[in-house]
Design a protein around this ligand. Structure first.
Ligand code: ZN
Length: 426
């Protein structure tokens, strides 16, 4: 956000070349689209694999379809320090979501090579397979696989005549061996990502050190009223499902605003909504809402769900409708970042003179799954206007380079101090 720094231990131009190179590999009339399992995805992967090899990394694809570049350490068996993110995009996505993190991770490896710095630990750079929701309707395939928590039943999910297992195979993975290859040797995982929100830009911070990734719960509510003639049924004699559902929508918003006013990150959104029969002259008989609620603290999610139950009961009573008990159709707990890594990242920010604040990620990331396998943490870099998952998504290359310098410092510190730091925080 400040003037470009000239004394960084990384090369911003090399980071830009990776990001621009991937941006050029897009569906031409639909920038920037390079979805996992699409025909274009392997082209992006081939481009990245070439860059990994140029950096001197031993490059392979693991069983879960992750592209990995490895730099062996001096002390085999000390464990792996892993850096990375994802190169797949959403449809009409941006140039930086995930990609900035892969480019920054690669730059750390290149910078170490330039300086002839040998680490004790193995260093691995990873491009996780299919972080975004793919055609198979699920996300974070590669990181779940690496962490050993990919649901087996997902492998038979189908899209366009292909199973997810076949998709992973086509990406160079080996679906039958995913569970066997779950990693137990990773000493620490770090991810750089664009913030995908406006806070760092508005508050003029260079780096966000993420303390937790919010848990995501999706709650479905169905409101049943009674279809009646819109012209002949008196206003006092109706069971209007939409009028009741509208009160639920504004109630969810009010509840979420009150929860968000406290210390902890909380959001709730009615993101899906449908009514039946959806005809101008009929009192609506049914409405369905899907709520996306995200909380840094599990207790707040439970409190929200309880409040929602009470609200639904009260609205049903007052409107003469039947409202189903709110049903959690998916429910992932929050992921706290590893406190030792958060401290290392704070210190690394100070070392490169990057202004930084701690913050919570409202978006899900591969880091949340890697945290099941090893100590994990992440940093955010600012993005313009908080825009993301859109072609307008933009991050300043110098901000990404500063983030890469933070990662480099963190890796150097971890390499020296990992054992000591683990003991201190144990
Ligand atoms: Zn992402």
């Amino acid at each position: 956000m400040n003037a470009p720094r000239t004394n960084l231990p990384v090369d911003p131009a090399r980071i830009a070349a990776v990001i621009d190179g991937l941006a050029a590999i897009t569906e031409p009339d639909r920038p920037y689209t390079r979805r996992a399992f699409s025909a274009l995805f392997p082209q992006g992967r081939a481009f990245l694999a070439d860059r990994f090899r140029e950096a001197g990394l031993e490059t392979r694809i693991d069983a879960a379809g992750n592209l990995i570049g490895r730099r062996p350490g001096l002390k085999p068996g000390s464990g792996t320090i892993m850096l990375g993110s994802h190169s797949d995009t959403v449809p009409d996505g941006g140039r930086f979501d995930g990609i900035a993190g892969v480019a920054a991770a690669l730059e750390v490896a290149r910078s170490l090579a330039d300086r002839g710095t040998a680490l004790d630990h193995d260093l691995e750079i990873v491009d996780f397979l299919a972080e975004e929701v793919s055609v198979f309707g699920v996300s974070c395939i590669g990181s779940r696989g690496m962490a050993g928590v990919l649901p087996q039943e997902w492998l038979v999910r189908q899209s366009g005549g292909l199973t997810l297992a076949e998709g992973i195979l086509q990406a160079g993975g080996d679906p039958a061996r995913i569970a066997a290859q779950a990693r137990g040797d990773i000493a620490a995982f770090l991810e750089l990502h664009i913030e995908q929100g406006p806070v760092l830009e508005e508050e003029k911070f260079d780096i966000g050190v993420v303390t937790a990734i919010a848990g995501i719960t999706r709650i479905e509510i169905v409101v049943d009223g009674r279809a009646d003639h819109a012209g002949t049924t008196p206003m006092g004699g109706r069971a209007d499902a939409l009028a009741a559902a509208a009160r639920l929508v504004t109630g969810v918003e009010a509840l979420a605003k009150s929860f968000a006013g406290g210390r902890f990150h909380f959001t709730a959104t009615v993101g899906e909504f449908s009514i039946e029969p959806n005809a101008a002259n009929v009192v609506p008989s049914r409405a369905r809402l899907l709520i996306d609620a995200r909380a840094e603290e599990r207790a707040m999610m439970d409190l929200f769900a309880n409040s929602l139950d009470q609200m639904a009961e009260q609205i049903a009573r007052e409107t003469g409708t039947t409202i189903s008990a709110p049903r959690r159709i998916s429910d992932n707990p929050p992921t706290p970042a590893d406190p030792m890594l958060v401290a290392v990242l704070d210190a690394a920010c100070s070392a490169v003179d990057a202004s930084h604040r701690r913050m919570v990620s409202g978006a899900g990331h591969d880091t949340a799954w890697m945290a099941r396998a090893t100590r994990s943490a992440m940093i955010f870099v600012p993005c313009r206007g908080g825009r993301s998952h859109a072609p307008e998504e933009f991050a300043e290359n110098d901000d990404i380079a500063l983030g890469a310098a933070v990662l480099l410092h963190a890796v150097l510190q971890l390499d020296g101090d990992l054992q000591k730091a683990i003991q201190e925080t144990a």
